[in-house]
Design a protein around this ligand. Sequence first.
Ligand code: NAD
Length: 332
Amino acid sequence: MKIAFFSAQAYDKQFFDQFNESLHFNIQYFETQLNEQTVQLIDEADAVCVFVNDVVNANVCTVLAQKGVSIIALRCAGFNNIAIDQAKQLGLKVCRVPAYSPEAVAEHAVAMLLTLNRKTHKAYNRVREQNFSLNGLLGFDLHGKTVGVIGTGNIGIAFCKIMLGFGCKVMAFDLIANKMLEALGVTYHPLIDIFKEADVISLHCPLNEQTHHLINEHTLHLMKKGVTLINTSRGGLIDTKAVIAKLKSGRLGNLGIDVYEQEEKLFFRDLSSNIIQDDDIQRLMSFPNVLITAHQAFFTNEALSQIAHTTLTNINTLLQQQPLTIKGALVV
Ligand code: NAD
């Protein structure tokens, strides 16, 4: 059985080859993203394995079906890059890794928050230059601050628990309130109240039609002056131009993003010798109170092990025409 594996990095090969020792799939690794052009690289395959920035639109789905592919296996949780309706019509099975170390992503969100607040990235560079001055490094206590969490699924739950441990007041918004979090002290509120009251806002909901540009000029205007905004979910949740305007005006105090609207042209590549054509990310990178990481929140040993194990198990189970045992793993 053959798997065409797109957007492959050295670390993917390491973890997938390890878990494939017992399954013996023939995995063909392609470094390139899957899109309308690169889909033609597939000679024959039973499954394709894709990541967050592969483009699996309706045309790609059609070609995959023509080439005899029956499974689209996402090695991530989000599936906003897949033309689900087309895949379903063509009889393609789409599976994902619904939960892989949610703590990995939650902990990265906290790392971004602490870095922006206590400016450890600047302190590190300063001290290496023998500059021991504290000017410009002033932060605030997280203890006692109000943290707004949008989306309390696997990652949001892990993030809420960490913030409660810091002694924060945690306000949340989700379509469904989580009773366990409520018992721990998290309170659920309408979105507008979170925007108005939170000192820190962290996004953990999926990207879909309802959440696209959830953070926009209007919602940013509702927020407290100096608010810290963290996005480890999907870039499309934030209207980048609106955020740039609010950073320029000083209304947005800090921005930490592990995801970016136009990231598929940038992330997971070394572009250090290139001229970046994306003016918005260049502007974002120029702000002293913006921290950008290149979609690395998931990137822990534990998460990569779970991703490889679950993805190959999903493919193996579907090829045997068996139902997937992991809740939420089957998309269609
Ligand atoms: P999840 O499915 O467990 O939780 C998502 C939660 O969002 C659910 O509770 C759902 O009810 C809620 N939700 C849905 N629509 C909403 C809306 N309109 N407003 C508010 N809440 C809404 O997903 P998860 O595992 O917690 O992952 C969350 C997101 O994190 C994923 O969609 C993915 O985009 C992103 N993610 C990023 C990385 C990374 O490396 N940066 C890694 C994994 C996941």
